[in-house]
Design a protein around this ligand. Structure first.
Ligand SMILES: Nc1nc2c(c(=O)[nH]1)N[C@H]1C(S)=C(S)[C@@H](COP(=O)(O)O)O[C@H]1N2
Ligand SMILES: [Mo]
Length: 499
């Protein structure tokens, strides 16, 4: 048993050392995160969708937790083997770490340097195991005095190693917190500002999602387990492929262009009917078409293949992105620099397209190419290539299965039909007539709309159904569809109990 503990402690020491070194090299090359990311990339789409729907954004901590538990279990076995023969136990640890090293090096955009955290993990882990097993090697001594010395030696080794693991873990966190705060960056003022942002309904009708989603509660969806450490000083945006002139721009170059400000609601294709993966923000940046004009797009390209700082790719249909909508390359979000979680320093935003075909975060390259020639990350995983956001509506209050008091109240929520605008939201109570809801203010066709319907709630159980109609006159699609492969459809229906 003791030896199983040695294996576990040695592995934790190794992981902490590797994690600390990775904080300097590239946080994503930390052994635990490298394995986790590889698991994400290899997981079949249906399993991934199930995890997103079941665990929400807790899917990542659960994944990292599982990787740690798996590693610890194998480490315990390694420790038990080390009791027989040290090399055997050490071999298990080294194999475990070799897997992580391979995962780190094989990630898109990674280089040989990304193997360093795994090497450090192996050295620290095997070293710790060696110290522990040697300290315990006197355990078979017969004299009580010798046994006492051995026990003391093991306790000292274990104590020192545990303290070292904790210290390295803390130091790793400190290193990442010392990075430039995106908010130290001065943002340019817009040459083409958005109109004054209207007061939303959320104060008068509590429970309805805030008209503007604050940055720290904006939904976050990406494949990453750690945030990139990109800095504004080293930043460069490259536009290449089927273009007349390859363009390279620094962050400062971007801020000196025509600056636009737009209110746009982002939506994730994984958002189920009534789901949380949607949010509205005010974005600051440059027009996508201004950048494409600088490069001069050739006649063959039919997609913009965006590449992020680590080589992840997102493809956007060129004709949609350039059809006159407010597609932009953004560096500001709600009056602040883009937060690291949302793509600092630069991302793409295209109104009306789901994020996975438009909203590339940590954007470093836009390649004009064709769908035949190059495939993006989600395209390879069988998601749609043309993926306009489907119009949808959501009831925010009352909540599903909530128990409320009878009497005068209201039903409220949000609805979105980016690129077309919401014309009408209708409620059906207990299968009756569709009743028009009151709409909140408008922040343009690319932005969601809040709505509410006054309701005299009578005791009993009630079924509420919502649907939206766009300014082009089309009604929300009633047929149920799952998020995969091109976004969910159907009407949200909830049951509430009135006391
Ligand atoms: N580099 C990168 N960009 C990305 C993703 C990603 O995994 N990596 N996820 C996309 C998806 S699926 C969505 S819905 C949006 C979400 O943007 P947000 O996290 O800022 O809300 O970013 C998109 N851009
Ligand atoms: Mo998404």
């Amino acid at each position: 048993m003791t030896f199983a503990g040695f294996g576990i402690l040695a592995t934790l020491v190794g992981m902490a050392a590797g994690h600390l070194v990775a904080a300097f090299v590239d946080p994503a090359s930390s052994p635990v995160l490298a394995i986790g990311s590889t698991v994400i990339d290899l997981t079949p789409t249906p399993v991934k969708e199930w995890a997103v729907q079941t665990f929400g954004t807790a899917d990542k901590p659960i994944l990292v937790g599982s990787v740690i538990v798996g590693a610890v279990a194998l480490a315990a076995i390694g420790g038990l083997l080390a009791r027989r023969r040290f090399t055997l136990g050490a071999l298990v640890l080294v194999l475990l770490v070799a897997l992580a090293g391979a995962a780190a090096v094989l990630r898109p955009g990674a280089g040989p340097l990304n193997a360093v955290p795994a090497l450090v993990t192996a050295l620290a882990g095997v070293g710790a195991l060696w110290w522990l097993t040697h300290a315990a090697s006197g355990a078979s001594e017969t004299s009580p005095a010798a046994q006492g010395t051995t026990r003391r030696g093991v306790l000292i080794a274990a104590g020192v190693l545990a303290a070292a693991a904790a210290a390295m873990g803390g130091a790793g966190r400190l290193v990442s917190s010392l990075r430039t705060d995106p908010n130290d960056i001065a943002l340019p003022t817009p040459t083409d500002p958005a109109p004054a942002f209207p007061q939303g309904l959320e104060e008068e009708y509590p429970g309805i999602a805030s008209f503007r989603t604050p940055n720290d509660s904006f939904y976050r969806i990406d494949t990453r387990l750690s945030l990139p450490t990109t800095s504004v000083e080293d930043y460069e945006l490259v536009i290449d492929g089927d273009v007349e002139n390859e363009v390279r721009l620094s962050f400062e170059d971007l801020t000196k262009m025509d600056i636009v400000e737009r209110d746009i609601t982002l939506t994730c294709v994984s958002n189920d009917i009534g789901g949380p993966y949607v949010g509205g923000a005010r974005w600051l940046g440059v027009r996508l078409t201004d950048l494409l004009d600088m490069a001069g797009v050739g006649s063959n390209a039919d997609q913009i293949l965006s590449t992020d700082v680590d080589g992840l790719t997102i493809s956007t249909p060129l004709d949609v992105a350039t059809d006159g909508r407010d597609a932009m390359i953004a560096f500001g979000m709600n009056g602040e620099a883009l937060p690291r979680e949302h793509g600092f320093p630069v991302r793409m935003v295209v109104p009306g397209l789901y994020g996975f075909v438009s909203a590339c975060k940590w954007l470093t390259r836009m390649t004009l190419t064709t769908y035949d020639e190059q495939q993006a990350y989600w395209t390879e995983r069988d998601w749609a290539t043309e993926a306009p956001i489907k119009m949808s509506s959501r009831i925010d209050t009352p909540k599903s299965f909530e128990e409320i008091d009878s009497g005068e109240t209201f039903i409220g929520g949000v609805a979105w039909a980016q690129d077309r605008g919401i014309e009408k939201v209708e409620l059906q109570i207990d299968g009756g007539e569709w009743q028009p809801a009151e709409l909140g203010p408008s922040a343009g066709i690319d932005y969601w709309r809040q709505w509410y319907l006054p309701w005299d709630a009578k005791s009993g159980e009630h079924t509420l159904t919502v649907r939206a109609v766009s300014q082009e006159g089309d009604v929300q699609i009633p047929a149920k569809a799952t998020p995969f492969p091109e976004g969910s459809s159907g009407y949200q229906q909830i049951i509430v109990r009135v006391a």
